[in-house]
Design a protein around this ligand. Structure first.
Ligand code: ATP
Ligand code: MG
Length: 426
């Protein structure tokens, strides 16, 4: 038997109502806050991610699904990569389609996306090699911290609407890459005496980009990380002021947060504001549901015009896992048909098919099998479908045009015409 590839999985019908709920609420939030959808390709030139996400990140260094495309007779194939994230692609598209061209000063381009991402990580609960993200990007000339607070306010609404309990917003500022040099030297000096105690990855990070040591999840490294100087203590004046304003905007909107000076996020493009949302229930170790921040300068890195950017991505897989069990039950129940048709005898069958058609065109979800069954068997089938009502059609019903509508939760039954049924179930 051929099975799914390690780290990938099928999302089965029973779980789909939960996925749809998260997607629907997200779309509703995007509508209310003025975001428009963009869909970029699932694979791009490898260089986009190498430059955009950063060579020194775990993602580019060891997690990308990269392959050489078939060339043509006179040309070698180019290196392509399944997207590990979508911000680089969205910024590429923003540049390629000159979305900035028709904007007035201060006006932002507000985009959202949803789709699969690919990273070759060690699979575990809440961590997959194909996973799904929904995210937004705000691109333009303004880096007003009010934009950041508004995006977080939307997330706040979103988590409440989904009834996700017990979450914490973690915030930090990672400053500006241009003024990071002094801090990075200081950090190197602090790490150096501990090099032997650090994991292999961190020794590599020490060489390529010591800031990435903060991303390490190895416990022995975590202990050392606690002793290291934080970037937040060496912020340039502009970043410090920006962070103060950001916090003031969150306060003004009544959004609670915790400052975590050691949260630097795993992608090189972040500047100034970085944030994460952690869910404390139902997720175990992989409990970061949202990650985001500011990435001024990413556009320039990709050959575009000077652009300010702010965005986030949340993991759909983890968001679904974070839905409370009672909510999940309700969502699954709502996915059942409204009515299940039970017909008795071949004579009633053709009539039942027409009734199903009528009710469906009236907008109802109708379940029905084609096989003639005994009453008891057919009712078991109706219960199994989880439909709220069974509609019973025998020869008498065919002649009278009134059908027995049985409420499967209360057991009550009444005789109604088709119009009466459609009216009642509206
Ligand atoms: P983590 O620290 O959990 O590895 P990350 O910092 O790599 O997360 P981002 O790249 O910022 O995550 O992606 C944003 C969100 O996407 C994460 O908060 C998480 O919910 C989700 N996510 C990232 N990687 C995976 C994965 N391999 N499987 C499932 N969800 C993921
Ligand atoms: Mg990661």
């Amino acid at each position: 038997m051929i099975q799914t590839v390690r780290g990938t999985r099928d999302i089965l019908p029973a779980d789909m109502p939960l996925w749809h709920r998260v997607e629907d609420v997200a779309r509703e939030g995007f509508r209310r806050y003025g975001f428009q959808e963009i869909r970029t390709p699932i694979f791009e030139k490898t260089e986009l991610f190498a430059r955009g996400v950063g060579e020194a990140t775990d993602i580019v260094h060891k997690e990308m699904y990269t392959f050489i495309d078939r060339g043509r007779e006179d040309r070698e194939g180019e290196s392509l990569t399944l997207r590990p994230e979508n911000t680089a692609s969205v910024v590429r598209s923003y540049i390629q389609h000159r979305m900035y061209a028709d904007k007035s000063s201060g006006e932002s381009t507000k985009l959202f996306y949803t789709g699969p991402m690919f990273r070759r990580e060690r699979p575990q609960a809440g961590r997959y090699r194909q996973f799904y993200q929904i995210g937004v990007e705000v691109l333009g000339t303004s880096d007003d911290p009010a934009i950041e607070a508004e995006v977080i306010e939307m997330l706040d609404w979103f988590l409440k609407e989904l009834k996700i309990p017990n979450t914490t917003l973690l915030i930090n500022s990672v400053g500006e890459p241009a003024t990071r040099a002094v801090y990075l030297e200081q950090l190197r000096r602090a790490i150096e005496p501990h090099l032997d105690e650090l994991c292999g990855d961190c020794r590599h990070r020490f060489e390529t980009n010591p800031l990435r040591v903060f991303d390490c999840k190895v416990e022995s490294c975590q202990k050392i990380i606690l002793t290291l100087p934080t970037i937040t203590d060496s912020l340039d004046d502009g970043s410090r002021e920006h962070f103060e304003q950001f916090k003031a905007h969150l306060d003004a909107r009544g959004i609670a947060y915790t400052i975590n000076p050691r949260m630097v996020r795993g992608l090189d493009y972040y500047t100034k504001t970085a944030f994460e949302i952690v869910a404390h229930d139902g997720l175990g170790a992989q409990n970061t549901i949202v990650g985001g921040g500011r990435y001024d300068g990413l556009s320039e890195t990709l050959g575009g015009p000077p652009t300010k950017g702010f965005g986030f991505a949340f993991g759909l897989d983890r968001m679904v896992m974070a839905l409370p069990e009672e909510e999940a039950e309700l969502l699954r129940a709502a996915d059942a048909p409204d009515i299940y048709i039970v017909f008795l005898g071949q004579g009633a069958r053709n009539h039942a098919l027409m009734v199903a058609k009528e009710l469906r065109s009236a907008g109802l979800a109708v379940g029905m099998e084609f096989e003639d069954r005994k009453m008891k068997k057919a009712m078991t089938q109706a219960a199994k479908s989880k439909a709220r009502y069974a509609l019973i059609i025998g020869d008498d019903e065919v002649t009278s045009g009134r059908y027995g509508l049985k409420d499967l939760t209360t057991g009550e039954q009444e005789a109604l015409s088709l119009a009466g049924i459609a009216e009642k179930l509206k």
